[in-house]
Structures are given as structure tokens and as C-alpha cells.
Ligand binder design. Sequence first.
Ligand code: TA6
Length: 326
Amino acid sequence: PQVTFSDDNSRVTAVLPTGESLEVLLYGATVISWKDGAGDEKLWLSDAAKLDGTKAVRGGIPLVFPVFGTAPDHVQTSKLPQHGFARTSRWEFLGKSTSESESAGGAKAATSSSSSSSSAAAAAAAADQSVKLDFGLSSANLDDKTRALWPFAFSLIYGVTLNRDSLTTSLVVTNDDDKPFDCQVLLHTYLRVKDISSVSITGLDGASYVDKVDGAKTKTQSSGAVQITGETDRVYTPAAVPSAPVGVVEGGRAAFSVTRDSLGDVVVWNPWADKAAAMADFAPADGFRRMVCVEAGSVADFQTLEPGDAFEGAQTIAIGSRAAAA
Ligand code: TA6
């Protein structure tokens, strides 16, 4: 695949030989575009999204760390901005790795740094099936103000893997400090749909959830698919482990299937008309009809990382449907 850099070094683009593509801003390591082989965009991005690093991106896949929302009662993170600082920090591009197609003598990772090498050339010739881009953020990268708000030594590695029919994003959090810290992690994915009125979300039957548009009451999802008919902001904690896929069905056909590794919660959000109109960077005003956020995360509680400990959480968004995780 070609991995190209923007001329102002603000974003990284990858394209597979079969046309699938990915675009990632170094600001927040925010995936802002994921297209299938036909060039159809799978993520929703506001027409008014700031892409110049002045504000978290409205759309794509913003990264939420170390706190989901705001946590006024949680001493360590109570001073942080909503959804933490990962999505508004400048990340480093650490490099890419590709995997060859089966036909080229079995899948083996031909790792190369950002400069091309003979193995990468061989991999490219083998019509790669996937490319993985790695991004890093550590406490050393943070500006002093942010570091003062959350004074812990940490490092994050964010891997974004573009496959022919899916996108996988995984976050590894490491505690580099000599004291423990608590954190939450969430992948704030804005999925693109044609019309929210023909969308239903499957795989949440029976799950308990916190309904943030109804006094943060804890409820249980009835059986059957979830319809979005107004402002929706729910933190689901499905019981099934390993996590059953969460499906986004549109007009009776599976549009997406989201599976999770070590991320026990799924946030479903749609701002609907009034909240969309109240967000200056949400455009067009009726854009809420063409998006639904299905957000894999570990946000129901805080998890404590001991010094030297690492946590990895990942999502795979498959186009169409996927059999339940084995
Ligand atoms: O993921 C849902 C949510 O927590 C909503 O409550 C809403 O605040 C949304 O995130 C967007 O947050 P943002 O800070 O990006 O405007």
C-alpha cells in the first residue's frame, strides 16, 4: 500500500492496492476518513469539523483518554477537559507495517519503517490485504498545562489497521510511573449511515445501560433492536463475554458489525436536532440523520493501572455483518 504524508506533516494517508483508504490526523491520532474499495466513506465527519488542531474533531474516531465525559467526583481526573486530552494532543507517527496476501506465500508481516524497503516493495507487489499505522503519545509529549492537570508518566500506542472489509483500532496504555493511576478509554466512532430513521442497532438485547437523557437512570434493554428516534445517549454494558458483535442494520441489511476486545462498554449516541443545532462544529444541521455513534470503551468504571502495567483495548468495525466472535 502507499502510505503518504500531507505536505504540512499534519496527517497520514494509507491506500491499499484495491482502493480502500484511511486518513489519520496527527492531532488526536483522529481517524477522519475510512473508505471502502469503491471509495464509499464509512465514517461521518461534520462539514464544520475543525481539522487545524484548534478543537477536538467533530466526527471520525476521536480518542477518549484518561476520562470519559467529565468526572467531577474523581479527584485524579476532575480537572481534565471533557473526554480527556488524548484527542486534542499532537501524536507522533511511529511507522507502518503491512501484511501480504495469502497467495504470496502465506501472511507474514513485512515490517518497514516509513521509508520503503525491499520487503515493503515485495509486500506492495503482493496486493496487500492490510496496512497498520502506529501512533504514539506519552507524558513527555504533553504541554505543561495538561501535564499539570494529570501528573502521571504514561505512554499510549494507537494502532489503526485497514483491512479490505474492516477497520481495527487498538489502544495500549502503559503506566510508566512509580505510582498507580486510574483511567478510562473509549473509541468515539461516528459511523456514517444513509438515514437514521431506517437504522436499528442489534446485539444489545438484555444489556443494562445508563440512560444519560433520562436522569442517568440504569435500565435494561428490552429484546430486539434499538431504534434511534430522538436524542440518544446511553452507556451499555452488555453481559456477554467475549463481546457479541453490535450490529448497525440499515434497511434490513447489515451496514456495520462492531466487535470489542477488553472494552466492556458500548456508548450509543445521537444528538438529534436540538443538540446538533447547539454544536457550532456540527454541520449540516440535519447531519444527525446520517450518523450514529457506536463507541467501544471501558468507561462504566475507572480501571487502576499499577506501575509498569499495560492495558490494551481494541475494536474491529467490519463492513456488513460478522459471525459472533468465536
Ligand atoms: O459519547 C457521547 C458523549 O459523551 C455525549 O454525551 C456528548 O457529549 C458526546 O460525547 C460529544 O462530546 P464532545 O465533547 O465531543 O462534544
